[in-house]
Every structure is written in structure tokens, then in C-alpha cells.
Design a protein around this ligand. Structure first.
Ligand SMILES: NC(=O)c1ccc[n+]([C@@H]2O[C@H](COP(=O)([O-])OP(=O)(O)OC[C@H]3O[C@@H](n4cnc5c(N)ncnc54)[C@H](O)[C@@H]3O)[C@@H](O)[C@H]2O)c1
Length: 376
């Protein structure tokens, strides 16, 4: 198959959809890979490394879209890319269609085959192409939190791990899923005293088994949160209720209970945030202060560490890319139910319920579309 990787042009996006290692794997399987010049620059991969791995470099995005049967990207195409997309061209990337009506209509009009990273789903309902970014954000939450706890950034002036003779900081993590578990482990590794809350007792049991000694688990409820915020130095918001806005677990009045210089990192900001006073911020201006409490609410945390994020993402996407390239999307989706769930828009038809519901569009059964492909 002929595969194309354009340079990401969305503002502040430094990731790239394929590493030189990925190129080498695809070449070994007999595929041709075109990479746009400088596509890997933001993640630390040079054109020479791609060429060394067997890629052919093309200078413009027009040439990449023009030649490829499958385009692999990181972010959804933006308006200036719409007209470059060809009928039946396979696009494998994050789309988040339910948050953009113009994008949905554009992909329907272009007649592309849109396989969305975010809806590829395993049997156990986990989302393998979202997990790597949650892992990055969870770990980063502690790194950022530690920085903003320093006095010059208006924090309490406390070192997470303390030193011999001085107590470590207290970290409260709300939500013990992917983000929360990674955050708790990272904070514990730095020597902080961690309290990890979740509403799921089976999950708490599991976490209590696998977490280090300096992590306590606790049931998440308003009473417990109200007690814990009084003593916490760093609070990490990491809850998710699939398909819904995050609940406000830390309410505005609770800020008054906190000590001045407490730091809040609301990773769940992309779902509305689980801290009531959270509003989305950017890497350029990541924090603001309310009632002497520092709020960090960057909606795309992994964007600040593009090397790690690119490698983590491509580790997860490459096995699927390989199946799509080896078999074509039709057979790959027939053989692999996880990939089939990634199909959102095919040949002008919406085949994913969440997207049809979001924009009131007719839903076509994905099996019908795959059957039609056999007949064609
Ligand atoms: N800001 C960023 O850059 C960034 C990056 C990655 C992920 N995220 C976001 O982080 C959030 C967490 O993602 P995840 O992958 O860890 O999700 P996850 O599904 O793995 O974990 C969510 C956890 O929240 C728990 N939960 C639900 N309600 C709760 C409550 N009331 N109190 C305590 N816990 C509760 C669930 O039981 C679950 O264990 C999501 O909103 C995700 O979109 C943000």
C-alpha cells in the first residue's frame, strides 16, 4: 500500500503519526511510505532518519495527499486540508467528530474512509489509542504540579518528596483510572504521600494491591474530598464518566478550605473539568489563581512532550496501521472488531452512532457498508 504522512499543521501540534522505526516496519512488509519534509521535526526526528528507514520525502502536503492510499495523521484534518482529501482515501487519525459539525460534513462530502483513533475499542471496552495520551498526561500532572508548588510560581513552596527530617508533600488524586494511576505512581516515586480516590470498589481493591506503600486508597465522595482538600498540597483531577461531562468534585467553596499555594491540576479539563473553578488554559499561559489556589488546566498536556507522546502514540497505532496496510481497510475491519469500531464515516455515510446522534444524521450499519464493499 502507498502510505502518506503529512506534517501536522494544526496550531501547536508537534507530534507526527509515524516514527522512522514505523517506516522501517512498513517497508519490511513491502509498503511504500511518503513523509512530508520536516514532518518529524517537532518530535525530534530528522528527514535523514526517515530516509535512512526507507521513506521517500515529499516537500508539500498536496503531494502527500495526492499520492497516498492511506493517510496517517495525529490531529483531525483542518479546513485547509479538506479539499486535498480524495474519494475513497483512507484517513487514520484522531477525529473527535462529535465535537465538530463542519469536520463531519466535510468528510462526508469528500467521500473519504475515516477511521478514528478515539473509537478503536477493545473487547473489554478500553480505548487502546487514547490510553497512551492518558499515560503521558497522568505522569505529567505530577511533574507540572511539582513545578507550580514552588514559591516563584506562587505555590506553597514545598518539595514533593521532602528531605530527611522534613515531611513530604500530600498529593490527592481524584479518579484512579489510567491518568490517576499514573499520577499516583509518579507522585509516590518522588516520595510524596498520596491519597488516591475512586468510586469503583473493585478498582480501589486493584489499586490497593498494586500501588506502592505510600499510596492510600479511599472511596470518592463529597465528605471524604472535603476532608482531604484541607491537607493536600497538590490535587489532581482525573475522573471520567464515559460520554458525559466530568462531575464537579471540588466545588468553589472548597477552595476556602485549602491552604494558600495549594496547586490544582485538572487533567479532566477536556471533559469540562472535575474542579468547578477550572477553565481550559494553554501551554503558553498554563495557570491562573483563584483564592490563592494555583489552577493548572491545560487541555492538551501531551503536546508539551511531543517526543514521548509521538513514540507512545505510534507504539499503539502501528499494529493497526500494519493490518490496514497489509489487508486493506475492508478486510482488516472484517477481521478485527477493534478496528471496525474505529470506522466513523465511510464513502459519505456515517457509520458510528455517536457521530450520527451528535449531528442528527442518518446512521448506516457498518456491516452494510462492508457488505457493499464486497459487492463492489
Ligand atoms: N488534559 C489532557 O491533556 C488530557 C490527556 C489525556 C486524558 N485526559 C482526560 O483525563 C480524564 C481521565 O482519563 P482516563 O484515561 O484516566 O479515564 P479512565 O476511564 O481510565 O479513568 C477514569 C476514572 O474515574 C473514576 N471516576 C468516575 N467518577 C468518579 C468520581 N465521582 N470520583 C472519583 N473517581 C471517579 C472511574 O471509576 C475511573 O476509574 C479524561 O477526562 C480524559 O479525557 C486529559
Amino acid at each position: 500500500m502507498v502510505i502518506g504522512v503529512p506534517r501536522e499543521i494544526k496550531n501547536n501540534e508537534n507530534r507526527v503519526a509515524l516514527t522512522p522505526a514505523g517506516v522501517a516496519e512498513l517497508r519490511k512488509a513491502g509498503h511504500t511510505v511518503y513523509i512530508q519534509v520536516n514532518a518529524g521535526e517537532g518530535s525530534g526526528f530528522s528527514d535523514e532518519e526517515y530516509i535512512g528507514a526507507g521513506a521517500i520525502m515529499l516537500p508539500t502536503i498536496e503531494e502527500i495527499y495526492g499520492i497516498a492510499e492511506m493517510i496517517i495523521k495525529v490531529k483531525e484534518p483542518i479546513a485547509q486540508e479538506y479539499s486535498l482529501i480524495k474519494e475513497n482515501q483512507l484517513l487514520f487519525t484522531y477525529f473527535h467528530f462529535a465535537s465538530s459539525e463542519p469536520l463531519t460534513h466535510a468528510m462526508i462530502e469528500r467521500g473519504a474512509v475515516c477511521l478514528a483513533y478515539e473509537t478503536v475499542e477493545k473487547n473489554d471496552r478500553s480505548l487502546p489509542l487514547l490510553v497512551p495520551m492518558s499515560e503521558v498526561a497522568g505522569r505529567m500532572a505530577i511533574q507540572e504540579g511539582a513545578k507550580y508548588l514552588e514559591k516563584p510560581t506562587k505555590g506553597r513552596g514545598i518539595l514533593l518528596g521532602g528531605v530527611p527530617g522534613v515531611k513530604p508533600a500530600k498529593v490527592l488524586v481524584l479518579g484512579g483510572g489510567i491518568v490517576g494511576a499514573q499520577a499516583a505512581r509518579m507522585a509516590a516515586g518522588l516520595g510524596a504521600h498520596v491519597t488516591l480516590m475512586d468510586v469503583s470498589l473493585p478498582r480501589l481493591r486493584y489499586l490497593a494491591d498494586v500501588m506502592p506503600e505510600n499510596v492510600d486508597t479511599m472511596m470518592s465522595n463529597e465528605y471524604n474530598i472535603r476532608e482531604e482538600v484541607k491537607h493536600a498540597d497538590l490535587i489532581v483531577g482525573a475522573v471520567l464518566i464515559p460520554g458525559a461531562k466530568a462531575p464537579h468534585l471540588v466545588t468553589r467553596d472548597m477552595l476556602k478550605l485549602m491552604r494558600p499555594g495549594t496547586v490544582l491540576v485538572d487533567v479532566a479539563v477536556d471533559q469540562g473539568g472535575c474542579i468547578e473553578t477550572c477553565r481550559p488554559t494553554t501551554h503558553e499561559d498554563p495557570t491562573y489563581i483563584i483564592d490563592d489556589v494555583v489552577h493548572y488546566c491545560v487541555a492538551n498536556m501531551p503536546g508539551a512532550v511531543p517526543y514521548t507522546s509521538t513514540v507512545a502514540l505510534t507504539n499503539a497505532t502501528l499494529p493497526y496501521v500494519m493490518q490496514l496496510a497489509n489487508k486493506g481497510w475492508q478486510q482488516a475491519c472484517r477481521d478485527n472488531a477493534e478496528l471496525k469500531l474505529g470506522l466513523n464515516v465511510v464513502d459519505g455515510k456515517v457509520v458510528y452512532k455517536g457521530v450520527a446522534d451528535a449531528w442528527n444524521l442518518p446512521l448506516v450499519a457498518v456491516e452494510d457498508v462492508l457488505q457493499q464493499e464486497v459487492l463492489n
